[in-house]
Design a binder for this molecule. Sequence first.
Ligand code: ATP
Length: 916
Amino acid sequence: MLHYKKEKELILEEFSVDPNTGLSPKQVINQREVYGENKLPEEAEDPYWKVFLKNFKEPIVIVLLGAVVLSFLSSYYAFQIQNDPKHGVEALYEAIAILILILINACLGFWQEISARKSLNALKEMNNRQTTVLRDGQWQKIVATELVVGDIVRAQVGDFVEADVRWIEANELQVIESHLTGEADAIQKTTEVITETVEVGDRINMGFSGSTVSNGQGIGVVVGVGKDTELGNIAQLIQSVGSKKSPLQNTVSQLTKTLMLISGGIVVLTFIVGIIRAGEFSIDSITSVLSTSIALAVASIPDALPAVLSIVLTIGAAKMAKNKGLIKSLTSVETLGGTSYICSDKTGTLTKNEMTVVKFTANGTSYDVTGLGYAPKGSIKVLSDQKTNAQPFLYGAVLCNEATVKEVDGDYKPFGNPTEVALTVLGQKANVRKNDLLENETIIRTLPFTSDRKMMSVVIQNQDGYMLYTKGAPDVVLNQSQGVLVADKIDTRDHAKQQFNQTVEEYAEKALRTLAVAYRPLTKEQAMEASVEELEQELILTGVAGIIDPAREEVKESIKVLHEANVEVVMITGDHEKTARAIAYELGIVNDKQAPVIKGVELEEMTDDELFEKVKTTNVYARVSPEHKQRIVKQLQAHGEVVAMTGDGVNDAPALRVADIGIAMGIAGTEVTKDSADLILLDDKFTTIEKSVQSGRTIYGNIKNFMRHELTTNVAEVLSLLIGLFFFTHTIGNVPGSTPVLTALMVLWVNMVSDAVPSFSLGYDVAESDIMKEQPRDPKESVLANYTWSRVLIRGTVMGLVVFAAFYLAAKAGMSSNEAQTVAFLTLVYGQLWHVFDARSSKTLFRRNPFGNPRLLLAVGFAAISSFLVTIIPFFNTVMGTAPLTLPIYMMVIFIPALPTFVLSGIKEVFGIKIW
Ligand code: ATP
């Protein structure tokens, strides 16, 4: 029989679970064995061998493999037909060397994919959803996938229902099940048994995996987990951590494709020119020319670029997570770097969320309260001349309240909503405790707090009848009230309300958070039947509390840093306008004590166009509801801003989705907001947003730097080779005309070793010192915009000319072909090793400490020494076509190629020319 048709007691009995203690650890193990885990089947990851082999499907590798085949053929031809063992051995070595490079490339690709997968899995794990379960008599938070059939779970506003459950308790519980039914409205849940057969959407005593709780709270017993849930039936995979490609990765793969086409052109061109110059059209000339031209063309592609890019992005994301900013997709790393607006809520993010009542007015009398923190220590001092009975206010404050404060080893620990904790502590200071009151009164209904209503109420029954206690934002409660209790009399005159409002404003101007308390006598029928709206009206105000919620110290500094970085900070809060402005002023969000504040009601009356006009000059929004946040984000985006927005409540999820970077609180945030966020602050601190923006900018800057460096090398290589082919048609000195400026293996060496290794360490560079002093990046701008291309082309061209000139002069001086090629090779290697120090600055070489990145120094040292070694070790001489040089020549090829970099940077520094 279906679960919704069964009495709840029957289900509890079926799973042998006591609803007061939950399952025992032994039962949990047993149930998991019988019913399985609470996991939906995931797409299996590719096994390691498949990941490794995938690298051989890359177009670059296929072309290189073509070159290997041709080299083998050429070697065979030389040995067997031409009887030319020297050429045969050379061709054989070339084939083997290219094969080794293909293998190294595959290993690099494999390592990159595996480490990216590991980091992403680690991020995924950190992002596992939590749920509240009763086990062994204790309510505890566990990872949702650990739920088993028979578990007793509790879900409240902002939680996901993590398995299929039969509700056994429901308090104003409303749930959204649109993922199953398509119905966007919340559905009220009950615990009553249903006798007829009904569709999923009408099974109102059941909760389904993946639904969100939009109101109230419920307790349920799990009846289905994993693939046995309704969600499992439709096999919808919910994957929170995406590994989709970022725009930057798309740009790079596009760029690589374009460059491959260009190199295709070069292959054909080199081939034709080679054949013409060889002067004959024989198999021999075709094989030798073709293998060289293919290898050259492929080597001109920045092969290491995609691998380096994805490693840098993933490692960047992992680093950010270590700094408490958990990012959910690589795209966000880039977007963060371009953030120009941060909209943050106040309570808990900008303030400490450690609340204490320091003032209150009750029954017409004002009081000051001493003693900060949660200990019930402190005095309550009357400020007015006459003292009235504060009980109506205090009773409401502690009864309409779900928080508790417990003493643990002399320490007072708060449990529950901080605003309510503050009222509980006030009650204790005044000797009014909820548990004592409950001896004579019973709470028969609780209408939970929502950010939309900004109120919370309870319905009480006692020997005198029924009563409603409400607490909430004073302006909202005032709107719903008929009068104010002053000296035990209900004053319904406007004057009394004005007086009350004045007190509220006085508190707010002192940056205090305000909360009003009210009551209303009810009839039995009202108490039992009336809706929330019907109940929360005709209230009688008993008083208002002024609560201090200190600003977080470190936020001030973060806001200063962000302002310097030209990132605007906006406060969007549900709190009172004056409290909001006072705190915004204290934190430096606004510089004017009278800065404009837009209130939620005003927003409602504004058209989108009017808001568009005001949105750039407003930094504080008060008394807003979650729906307003979306409008603010959209209007900022209409101005072309990249908006990051924080949120913690369930209703904030849509705004987080609209924002370019949705930010959720890792500790206080609801599971639903975390799910819609791009960045989760693991420590709930505003400062983490600032740090993440900085990381985003650093990573983006580093990527730009290494791309510039890699591409410059490619331009230099292609150019020097092309000049060699087109203009060098006759013998110079001892070097015959058919000699290329660089051998194919020299180019491969540069691309895969002497250039790739330092480039890679550029990806790990520390931030440039002024990175947080610049304008945010234009999100539409390509990574290659802003003089990147011109820098690449100009520097690449100069370097290409220098390499060719070195080759030419060496030949002219009477060196052998191999020696001249080695001179060209080392000129390129060392020239680029100097250039790398310039590439790591968005400005010039002179603006950065060359010792700031130890990894880079190591990489440069390695590249410099290994490139020297391949010119003196005989094996490499044969394979790569290098030759040992004399000491003066070595000195020249090390230092002379520094000139282009120093001269160009020098001119740039002096004249401020951006184009190079
Ligand atoms: P922020 O939006 O910056 O987090 P906030 O906490 O003030 O600030 P909300 O949670 O929407 O925003 O609260 C809005 C108002 O509702 C508060 O200013 C307070 O007056 C009132 N309020 C907050 N918590 C409760 C509660 N538990 N019961 C009744 N009223 C509350």
